[in-house]
Ligand binder design. Structure first.
Ligand code: ATP
Ligand code: MG
Length: 213
């Protein structure tokens, strides 16, 4: 079993997230992708009127029609801030050795991973799939050597970095959709349309509940 894990604030989830997950599922050959909305993100301040259960419900609605996608409440149910290392330990323990974990992450977020709790351990627990995002530089090899560990071997054909002791870091381009949750919140706040940027069911949730106004 090859299990994708896609963490994020998802405030709100948008088609940039969904399309990236779908392309990575196909390209890496994942059996499933689990979306994991974070609780209190250590790196961002969430505007108050949006609760964790709002974000969770929007992710639920967004993935409902894709049989390969599912949602995990593990971070939202855990006490305190969400640390990816604890989430990866949880999935490792829960799924056992038959399951290979692939943590999916945007390049922008990956280039800050050396500020995350116990970041070295992340690379023992799970493979990483790093997504290119519009405007992000592709300095992955330099970043790994400078901030994670020496000894990564670049395999340009398979677009990955392999290591003797650590799991593999894959690098994949996905269709560039320059959409962000920040941008969507701004549109709603200004009373503009978010149609075609988020799934219809998510737009309906946001508008009907008056979120991000
Ligand atoms: P915000 O604007 O609040 O930062 P965001 O749109 O970046 O939100 P996050 O929840 O922070 O969304 O992102 C979760 C993950 O999805 C991160 O790894 C991020 O890099 C990635 N991601 C976000 N937007 C896109 C996109 N348009 N295409 C591909 N990956 C994305
Ligand atoms: Mg972001």
């Amino acid at each position: 079993m090859r299990l994708g894990l896609f963490g994020g604030t998802f405030n709100p989830i948008h088609i940039g997230h969904l399309r990236a997950a779908e392309e990575i599922r196909e390209k890496i050959g994942l059996d499933r992708v689990v979306f994991i909305p974070s609780a209190i993100p250590p790196h961002k301040n969430i505007p108050l009127p949006i609760t964790a259960s709002d974000r969770l419900e929007m992710v639920r609605r967004a993935v409902a029609d894709n049989p390969f996608f599912e949602v995990s409440e593990v971070e939202i149910q855990r006490q305190g801030p969400s640390y990816t290392v604890e989430t990866l330990q949880y999935f490792r323990k829960k799924r056992g050795l038959q399951t290979e974990l692939f943590f999916i992450i945007g390049m922008d977020a990956f280039l800050e991973i050396n500020t995350w709790k116990s970041y070295g351990e992340l690379f023992e627990l799970s493979h990483f799939v790093v997504l290119a995002r519009p405007g992000s530089p592709h300095a992955l090899g330099e970043f790994l050597a400078g901030h994670i560990a020496s000894g990564y071997q670049h395999d340009p054909v398979k677009k990955r970095y392999c290591h003797q002791e650590l799991r593999t870091v894959y690098f994949r381009d996905v269709t560039s959709l320059d959409i962000s949750s920040t941008g969507i919140r701004g549109l709603v706040n200004r009373g503009s349309s978010i149609r075609y940027l988020v799934p219809k069911t998510v737009a309906e949730y946001i508008i009907s509940k008056g979120k991000y106004r």
